[in-house]
Design a protein around this ligand. Structure first.
Ligand SMILES: [Zn+2]
Length: 76
């Protein structure tokens, strides 16, 4: 997905970029069993809630340089 974002920034603009990213997102979601079982909208909503909770937790607990939470893939 990160690669798709870079490609879209380089080659597409506006609605074309959105369409390209949506297509890439659905391709990736089909490979995630939990996303297929729950439905994509529910899976994305749950993921966003987890990210919000993680962000709030990290904000309160960031130790600055060398912080393990800063290294996690959830926020990169
Ligand atoms: Zn941190």
């Amino acid at each position: 997905m990160r690669r798709a974002l870079l490609v879209s920034q380089k080659f597409f603009k506006g609605k074309e970029a959105t369409n390209f990213l949506n297509t890439q997102l659905y391709h990736e979601l089909f490979d995630i069993e939990k996303a297929v079982d729950e439905g994509f909208a529910q899976f994305i909503e749950d993921h966003i809630k987890k990210l919000d909770r993680f962000t709030a937790y990290h904000k309160a607990n960031c130790t600055g340089e060398g912080c393990e939470l800063c290294q996690t893939t959830l926020i990169t």
